[in-house]
Structure formats: structure tokens, C-alpha cells
Design a protein around this ligand. Structure first.
Ligand code: AMP
Length: 282
């Protein structure tokens, strides 16, 4: 695997690959890779001629009081993991490469970005949409691979690709979990062993909610209240518990069709998210 830092050189490389008829599979990440990330790279490897990843902790998607400075980083380890997955190229720009002095253009996503994490993290999806637009224009992928773990983010990016006529296919891949059910996340590395045990309440509450719905419960308010009871003892603060239409994140009065249960909350000082998408009959 080769590493490349300069956006110009990276774009020339991708242009010449596309001109040579290669299909590029692209996986954007913020690094500190785990099996969740690697599952995206493996799928990209199966479906494309060339696999390209990026590692960039994007400052514009972090709020002023968020964890940008202490976000976990280990480029050496990440490179070794990606080389093992037979990734061809890794783009690792630094901040000034993507946001040089005088930079002033941003992508503003719409309604999809307003609720859930968009409400608790103002400006977050503006930063995400902006950096992803840049990465798409540089990597010129045939397919871009995203995780369902960040469900709202995946929908915002799918919309961005559609709205800006980006000629790439968006692939949303399943959540990879630890054997006890905790959704893998780079931020799990912040958790003490005791906090990690408490974080399991996300997975537990999703499983229980699934059971209730399986047994015929169709009232979102009751399911949300039940989830809250499971989350409250484990979390220092619940951020949101939402049951929404999985296609556009709009509110629903009754649980039916394709729905997403989306959760966010703090374990100690660490903010975690989780979700599940269900196809509910009638
Ligand atoms: P990040 O490095 O957190 O920005 O994540 C990069 C990509 O990996 C995003 O598309 C995430 O949704 C995806 N991802 C993160 N965690 C997981 C997971 N546990 N399972 C599947 N995909 C994931």
C-alpha cells in the first residue's frame, strides 16, 4: 500500500486510474481503525479494481467543545492493518492541505441533517458534507463505502451524492459489533472497563425494543419510554432516543414499514451512538 498526502497528486493519480478504466472503491475514515472500518475495505476490495482509503480527522465537523484534539490517532498501526487488507492507496492529507489559508466554501446539508446528531452537534454535518464533497472530487470513486453505524451521516452523504450529481454509488454497510454487542467505534478506546460494560445498554435496549416490536408493539412513544428505562441506569446522560422513518428520518406516529431506532448518549464524558433498522410489517 502506498501513502499519498498531496491533494493534487492524489487527484492526478485517481484521474489516471479512471482514464485507464479502473473502478475505484473509496473508504473515507478518521483512522484509529477497527473491524468496522476493515469490513468496509473488504467489501470495497471485493467489488472494485482499486481500493483507496483516506484518514483525516476533519476539524470542521467537530464543535469547539468536542474531542478533536484528543481524537485517537495511530497512523502506523492503521497503515499496517490496511496493507494487510490489500488496500492500494491511502490518502492522508493534513489540515492545511484541505483547508489552506483563505478557505471559505462549505456544503450545507438540508432537513436530513437537522435532527438527531445534527441537533446536538450544530455544524457537524456541514463539516462532514464539506469534507466528503472534497474527498469525492479528489478520489473520483465508482463506489463509496459507508457504515450504517453512522446512519444519519450515511443518509446525508447519499443525499449529497444525489443532489450534486456525483457519479458514484453509495454503499451503506452493516454495523460491526464486538462479541458482546457493543458497536465498534474509535471512541470506545476512551472507555474505562467499567464504562465499557455500561455502554452495553445501547445494544441491550435495541434488542429489547426489537422484541417488543416483534411481539406487536406499534406505539413509538411506548417503545421510546421502554428504551429510556434501560438506558438511564447505564448512561450519564441520554442525548436522544428516536424512532423514525428510515428513508428520510421523518417522525412516525405508528411503527410500520422501514424504521430506524437511533440512540445517542454519554457514558461518562464519552458520547456514543447506536441504531438498528427494522422492516416492520403492518
Ligand atoms: P469514522 O472513522 O468513525 O469516521 O468512520 C469511518 C467509516 O466507518 C464511516 O462510514 C463509519 O460509519 C464506518 N464505521 C464506523 N464504525 C463502524 C462499525 N462498527 N461498523 C461498520 N462501519 C463502521
Amino acid at each position: 500500500m502506498k501513502r499519498i498526502r498531496s491533494p493534487k497528486k492524489f487527484q492526478s493519480l485517481c484521474l489516471s486510474l479512471r482514464r485507464g478504466g479502473k473502478r475505484i472503491g473509496f473508504v473515507p475514515t478518521m483512522g484509529f481503525l477497527h473491524e468496522g472500518h476493515l469490513s468496509l475495505f473488504r467489501k470495497a476490495r471485493r467489488e472494485n479494481d482499486v481500493v483507496i482509503g483516506s484518514i483525516f480527522v476533519n476539524p470542521t465537523q467537530f464543535g469547539p467543545r468536542e474531542d478533536f484534539d484528543r481524537y485517537p490517532r495511530n497512523l502506523k498501526r492503521d497503515c499496517a492493518l490496511l496493507a494487510k487488507e490489500k488496500v492500494d492507496w491511502l490518502f492522508t492529507p493534513n489540515r492545511d492541505d484541505l483547508y489552506p489559508e483563505g478557505y471559505q466554501t462549505f456544503v450545507e446539508p438540508g432537513a436530513l441533517a437537522r435532527g438527531l446528531c445534527g441537533r446536538s452537534r450544530p455544524g457537524h454535518f456541514r463539516g462532514v458534507a464539506t469534507v466528503v464533497m472534497k474527498l469525492l472530487n479528489l478520489s473520483l470513486p465508482s463506489r463509496i463505502y459507508l457504515g450504517q453505524k453512522d446512519y444519519q451521516q450515511a443518509l446525508v452523504i447519499r443525499r449529497l451524492v444525489e443532489d450534486f450529481h456525483v457519479p458514484a454509488e453509495v454503499k451503506i454497510c452493516p454495523i460491526v459489533r464486538a462479541s458482546d454487542g457493543l458497536a465498534l467505534s474509535s471512541r470506545n478506546s476512551y472507555l474505562s472497563p467499567e464504562e465499557r460494560r455500561r455502554a452495553l445498554c445501547f445494544f441491550k435496549s435495541l434488542g429489547t425494543a426489537k422484541e417488543w416490536i416483534g411481539n406487536g408493539e406499534r406505539n413509538p412513544r411506548r417503545v421510546r419510554a421502554g428504551i429510556r428505562k434501560i438506558l438511564v441506569p447505564g448512561l450519564s446522560r441520554v442525548d436522544y432516543i428516536e424512532i423514525l422513518d428510515a428513508r428520510d428520518l421523518s417522525r412516525i406516529k405508528r411503527i410500520s414499514g422501514r424504521i430506524v431506532i437511533a440512540l445517542a448518549g454519554f457514558v461518562g464524558k464519552v458520547r456514543l451512538i447506536d441504531n438498528c433498522v427494522l422492516n416492520v410489517p403492518g
